[in-house]
Design a protein around this ligand. Structure first.
Ligand SMILES: [Zn+2]
Length: 318
């Protein structure tokens, strides 16, 4: 019912924009009816225009649902144009997976005066966007070295998404899952049992260090164990990947937690613990920039648990 209500009010955006010759090829088909425009497996920087997460299109006839419009107004407009030119799809609904700038600031392209799609997220994601996004616009523009990004207006979604909602598409049915306190305050994932396809934009990373700044280490580890129980054949996280793609992020988070607990047992100070190296993960993009911050976050969270003698559950994914 949610989907019927939303699809009726949606309309095409940028219908007058012309299609370039030669045509762009942004979209990769994952399964029939699902496409991904992959972001770079990098931290935000001048070379990638902050396009470091994937946009996901799911068709229903000539319309499509878009999961995560990307980092800004210009990118969102290119998403609209390329979906129409490459796939002949009109984006009628935009879902925000979680409240990070690189995922959601493209909302601006889908709201008046540029567009008129339905924008939706969980109440927690909407609240976090309302709290953080004015600052995060400036931060993402600075990190990307792109003053134009700073001009993107913050457009908040309607807070209508909840776990347990189901909706249909050309690729089959989708079940909405929410994980509170994992990668962020509220991370949505979508499970398609027909295709055994899992979409988990904030929760599953390929070739890039997990970002824990607004997250919870035990919560994220538990979320990945739950997602593993689905036995997906394919996953779309920050990038498309196989069903085994949960493992590297899970292993990093577990190694991070175990390293912090060992440091606590050894009597290290919090400052000393920020220098703990995890060489097995040093090849991930963002390791040099953010591993120390992840250690700080993990320390703050795990120290009270360690004092109480509570273990960190990290069984192997099998
Ligand atoms: Zn994120």
């Amino acid at each position: 019912m949610l989907w019927l209500a939303l699809s009726g009010q949606a309309k095409a955006s940028d219908s007058s924009a012309s299609c370039p010759e030669p045509p762009t090829r942004h979209w990769q088909r994952v399964v029939p009816g699902v496409w991904v425009w992959p972001g770079a497996a990098e931290d935000i920087g001048p070379g990638n225009q902050a396009h470091v997460v994937s946009q996901i299109l799911i068709s229903h006839g000539s319309s499509a649902t878009l999961i995560d419009p990307g980092p800004g107004l210009a990118h969102g407009r290119e998403v609209i144009r390329s979906a129409r030119c490459e796939l002949d799809l009109t984006i009628s609904r935009v879902l925000n997976s979680h409240a990070h700038a690189e995922n959601v600031l493209g909302n601006a392209a889908f709201a008046p005066p540029h567009g008129a799609a339905a924008l939706a997220a969980t109440p927690a994601t909407r609240a976090a966007m309302a709290q953080r996004c004015e600052q995060c616009v400036a931060a993402i523009a600075q990190a990307a070295g792109d003053p134009g990004l700073a001009m993107t207006p913050v457009v908040l979604p309607e807070p209508g998404l909840q776990p347990g909602q189901r909706w249909d598409s050309d690729a089959g049915g989708w079940l909405t899952l929410e994980f509170s306190s994992a990668h962020s305050e509220s991370d949505l994932a979508w499970w398609n049992e027909d295709q055994r396809l899992l979409i988990a934009p904030g929760l599953v990373y390929r070739d890039r260090l997990p970002e824990l700044a607004q997250g919870s280490l035990p919560g994220w580890i538990a979320a990945l164990r739950e997602l593993h129980r689905l036995r997906p054949s394919r996953i779309v996280g920050n990038l498309p990947m196989s069903g085994a793609g949960l493992e590297p992020g899970y292993r990093y988070l577990c190694d991070l937690g175990q390293a912090v607990l060992q440091a606590l047992e050894s009597g290290l100070s919090a400052a000393e613990a920020t220098r703990i190296d995890l060489p097995a993960h040093a090849g991930l993009a963002g390791y040099a920039q953010r591993h120390g911050l992840n250690l700080q976050r993990a320390w703050r969270e795990l120290e009270p648990l360690w004092i109480r003698g509570l273990p960190l559950a990290c069984p192997a994914l099998d």
